[in-house]
Design a protein around this ligand. Structure first.
Ligand SMILES: Cc1cc2nc3c(=O)[nH]c(=O)nc-3n(C[C@H](O)[C@H](O)[C@H](O)COP(=O)(O)OP(=O)(O)OC[C@H]3O[C@@H](n4cnc5c(N)ncnc54)[C@H](O)[C@@H]3O)c2cc1C
Ligand code: FES
Length: 505
């Protein structure tokens, strides 16, 4: 199967004139990471008169998981209110709903204030039964009633075909075009005097007064505060990577005639669940893209990428007649926390004045936005009622079983050190493929490119020594432990690692 590595949000480079950091400098706040979380934080702080710099490792901002999103703006928690209530209690579940709703509102407020044309609209959300049957829906309905959250039970979800019911309808969700939005936000940051450096990989963050941020090119930024908004909990002396689990999730966008189904957010109750929405497509918005996502698995722990896109396509075709071309298929990572809520605030063990926004739990558009608001307050020593709810240091006794399962899974990945390779020798690898090959006590990540040139790298992940695995669909080396990802030639694509795979020595 052919797939595009760009998502449906293909959009001109949003940073335009941005350049790598050269030399040392000093700012009030240094934001590491130019996705929705980092850019929104920088924008809010720049509006308050702070001098801000954004350091982004990729050539453009909003080029990582933010470019892979399906951009549901939801206050309905992905991991279900019943789960949040059972792990954190009723007050926390209500506060989580309110905070995500406030994030959808805040995006709307920014869109209006700045006059941003990004297809922002408020839509309903529907939760409907999947192949798992009616029980999850019934359990969620009970939780919603107990929590007093707004919803309506309707007969069926408004799909043209195979529209199971009953379903729960939630008012006031949202959707937008994330890259149109963030292009403008990046522009506003610069207008407000903020600076954005791309192609600038941060390797160290030292807390203090001031903090120091060191880049791969050995430049240092001194700042009153640092906000680490790198999606994965990038190593800032913290153990946060042990509190999140990396999952790959898959998406496709298919052309459908306008009006095939109402604009809304749709989620089924399966685990992993399917998520669906529409986005205007074509030169004059002449058709819609049906964006369908799901088929999640732990990063590095499945290699049947094409089969997963195939299942998503079949799922969509069963429900939506007239599915046209599918020009976009892509995947990306989400970082799950045991209670389904982000880890946002002072980085534990990160030193003074170092803040983190991570643990998106599949809701990184709203977590990134509410996280920006929360961190902007914390940086300025203003109280924010959400500080405890999202504290990265919070104790989650109700989630001990989930954490235990994830840690067992993590420990099991190190067993790769004891097994043989995927193939006995590099000769068995066809062009365009990669495989792990045992070499004495260690293992090699061997990629043969389409011209037959062999790239031989150490298979040892640069984060904490797990062994990477080949992802045939995306042609990447993925680490099954905490989600670091590398290109076929070993270039770092996604942290928490901060360096490329080593050439075989
Ligand atoms: C297929 C898919 C569908 C999704 N659907 C939804 C959805 O419908 N709704 C929703 O709310 N969320 C969704 N998500 C999740 C959401 O897209 C992400 O959680 C969100 O975009 C994360 O934003 P971020 O700013 O935290 O991270 P990113 O966008 O990944 O930005 C972090 C940035 O930090 C940079 N960086 C990393 N390390 C360093 C370093 N050492 N130095 C400098 N820069 C660094 C990266 O290059 C990157 O640009 C989806 C995700 C995927 C993959
Ligand atoms: S990401 Fe942690 S060991 Fe690879």
């Amino acid at each position: 199967m052919t797939h595009s590595t760009t998502s449906v949000w293909e959009y001109p480079d949003p940073t335009r004139s941005a350049t790598p950091l050269a030399g040392n400098s000093r700012y009030d706040v240094c934001v590491v990471g130019g996705g929705i979380a980092g850019l929104t934080t920088a924008y809010l702080l720049a509006r308050e008169g702070k001098s801000v710099v954004v350091l982004e490792s990729k050539p453009a901002v909003a080029g990582a998981e933010t470019a892979a999103t399906t951009a549901h703006l939801a206050w309905v928690i992905d991991d279900r209110f019943a789960h949040v209530e059972s792990v954190r209690g009723a007050d926390a579940a209500r506060a989580a709903a309110a905070s995500h709703r406030a994030a959808v509102d805040l995006i709307g407020e920014i869109v209006r204030r700045e006059g941003i044309d990004c297809d922002y609209k408020r839509v309903d959300g529907y939760l409907f039964p999947g192949a798992d049957g009616p029980d999850t829906l019934a359990k969620e309905e009970d939780a919603l009633c107990r929590l007093g959250l707004p919803f309506e039970k309707v007969d069926r979800v408004p799909f043209p075909r195979r529209a199971p019911g009953p379903a729960l309808r939630f008012p006031d969700q949202g959707q937008f075009h994330p890259l149109k939005y963030l292009t403008e936000i990046a522009g506003r940051i610069r207008k407000l005097g903020g600076v954005i450096h791309t192609d600038t990989l941060v390797t160290k963050v030292r807390g203090g007064s001031p903090c120091e941020v060191e880049t791969k090119a050995r430049n240092v930024v001194a700042a009153g505060a640092v906000v680490v908004a790198t999606n994965a909990p990038f190593a800032v002396g913290t153990t946060l990577h042990a509190k999140v689990a990396a999952y790959l999730t898959y998406a496709l966008a298919a052309e459908v005639p306008r009006g095939t189904l109402p604009y809304a957010l749709y989620w089924d109750t399966e685990d992993p669940y399917h998520y669906v929405r529409l986005q205007p497509g074509g030169p004059d918005a002449s058709f819609d893209y049906l964006i369908v996502g799901g088929e999640d698995h732990k990063t590095g722990q499945a290699a049947d990428t094409d089969a997963r896109w195939g299942r998503l396509e079949a799922w969509a075709k069963e429900r939506v007649p007239g599915l046209g071309k599918i020009p976009y298929r892509w995947s990306g990572q989400v970082f799950e926390t045991p209670d389904g809520l982000g880890l946002i605030g002072l980085a534990p063990g990160g030193g003074d004045n170092v803040y983190v926004i991570t643990g998106d739990s599949g809701m990184g558009m709203t977590h990134g936005t509410l996280g920006a608001r929360l961190v902007a307050d914390l940086v300025q020593h203003r109280p924010n009622p959400l500080a405890g709810l999202y504290s990265p240091s919070r104790w989650m006794p109700g989630a001990a079983a989930t954490l235990f399962q994830e840690n067992l899974n993590l420990a099991a990945q190190y067993a790769d050190w004891l097994t043989g390779g995927d193939v006995k020798s590099a000769d068995q690898i066809p062009p365009g493929h990669g495989a792990v090959v045992r070499s004495g006590l260690t293992k090699l990540a061997v990629y043969k490119d389409n011209r037959g040139k062999t790239h031989t790298l150490s298979a040892v992940c640069r984060h904490m020594g797990c062994l990477v695995r080949w992802n045939p669909g995306e042609q990447t080396w993925d680490c099954p432990c905490h989600g670091s990802r590398y290109s076929a030639e070993g270039k770092l694509m996604h942290g928490p690692a901060t360096s490329d795979l080593k050439p075989a020595g």
